[in-house]
Design a protein around this ligand. Structure first.
Ligand code: 13P
Length: 260
């Protein structure tokens, strides 16, 4: 199970540092045991050194929210995979719907970035998801499958540490209206099938599939207990240690219940 926070463009650096410190402090308390739940935070590029430092002695890993597909060059304002790995980043969110919407990022660009992440040992967290109009038109499955196929075309993976896919229905992001657990499960099963066709069932079964879109402590248990939901990509609830780790605690509970 993986609980990942996408801080988006929130907090200044001292505030982000304080948030990371609060996460570290909560995790160091005797009552806190994440068991087999992995926790990842993805702050802005500017925050990364401070957040990496704050979380250095914790099990929490740190990722970025985007990066360029080239190693280096005249790309003013951009950040490369070697820059991220050189400071200790483990993962990178790619193809988030906000980047597709506001920066016109295409599946081909996401695909190039996924290949670049793989080439540099960063775990790509590939985001996919449909709009409300697409869902109402009965196109959700096709839209999501096309995004998965576009992002992963020509991408080889060998195991669960090489890829994460996050299903984030656009209508659920930042709206407070999460998908119903069964609704999210249906799409996760579609994605799992797609991955099985591409990489074989054994690998597909182990690739973490995250749900994202208004996941909070109060709805996390229902979502995370679905068979094909392996964690969450959390936006606004990741901006406070209490709600973020509250979701991680739900993940711990789900795992404990599944072992009973
Ligand atoms: P919210 O949890 O704020 O809906 O954001 C989800 C998201 O976009 C994570 O990447």
């Amino acid at each position: 199970m993986l609980v990942a926070g996408n801080w988006k463009m929130n907090t200044d650096v001292p505030e982000g540092r304080a948030l990371a410190d609060a996460i570290a402090e909560d995790l160091s308390s005797a009552s806190s045991d994440l068991g087999n739940v992995d926790v990842l935070v993805c702050p802005s590029h500017v925050h990364l050194p401070a957040v990496l430092d704050a979380l250095a002695d914790t099990p929490v890993t740190v990722g970025a929210q985007d990066m360029h597909a080239e190693d280096e060059g005249a790309y003013t304002g951009d950040v490369s995979a070697p820059m991220l790995t050189s400071i200790g980043c483990d993962a990178v969110i790619l193809g988030h719907s906000e980047r597709r919407k506001y920066y016109d990022e295409t599946d081909a660009e996401v695909n190039a970035k996924v290949k670049q992440a793989r080439a540099h040992g960063l775990v790509p967290i590939v985001c996919v998801g449909e709009t409300l109009e697409q869902r109402k038109a009965g196109e959700a499955d096709t839209v999501v499958q096309n995004q998965v196929d576009g992002a992963l075309s020509g991408v080889s993976i060998d195991g669960p540490d090489d890829l994460v896919v996050a299903y984030e229905p656009i209508w659920a992001i930042g709206t407070g209206e999460s998908a119903e657990p069964e609704q999210a499960q249906e799409m996760h099963a579609v994605i799992r099938d797609d991955l099985a066709g591409r990489y074989g069932g054994d690998v597909a079964d182990e690739v973490p599939l995250l749900y994202g879109g208004s996941m909070k402590p109060h709805n996390a248990y229902g979502l995370l207990s679905q068979p094909d939901i392996d964690g969450g990509l959390i936006g606004s609830a990741s901006l406070a240690a209490e709600s973020f780790l509250g979701i991680a605690e739900k993940a711990v509970e789900v795992l404990a219940a599944s072992e009973d």
